[in-house]
Design a protein around this ligand. Structure first.
Ligand code: MN
Length: 128
């Protein structure tokens, strides 16, 4: 069965791009446009992996991650952060907040799919 990925992103263009990449690789994608709706989704739906933008209109992606990781039933859910601010210490802040991985924007298809497959525990990369 296809893995389900929740992508929390407020930029429609970024969402569209990643959705296309993920769909091409056979993943199901659930979308959320802000941090609180993302948290609501992750608590109420079956999600295998979370991609979270750092800069969101309400709570930021670091807070979303910290919330997820604070819930025992969700603590092992992989959370990968995406941000454009790679030069400003976001990587360290992401990892400190509990992110399992970090993908700098602009996201490339190869990097996104490699990271997702790795954190889903898929032994081989999908052929797309
Ligand atoms: Mn954003």
């Amino acid at each position: 069965m296809a893995a389900t990925i929740l992508y929390i992103e407020d930029n429609p263009q970024n969402m569209r791009l990643a959705r296309k990449m993920l769909h091409t690789a056979g993943y199901q994608v659930i979308e959320a446009v802000d941090g609180m709706s993302g948290l609501h989704t992750v608590m109420n739906e079956s999600v295998d992996l979370v991609l979270v933008d750092i800069n969101l209109p309400d709570i930021d992606g670091l807070q979303v991650t910290a919330q997820i990781k604070s819930m025992p039933e969700l603590a092992s859910l992989p959370v990968l952060a995406l941000t454009a601010n790679a030069m400003h210490g976001d990587r360290e802040r992401c990892l400190a907040a509990g992110c399992d991985g970090y993908i700098p924007k602009p996201v490339t298809k190869n990097e996104l799919l490699t990271m997702v497959a790795h954190f889903l525990g898929e032994s081989e990369r999908r052929v797309v």
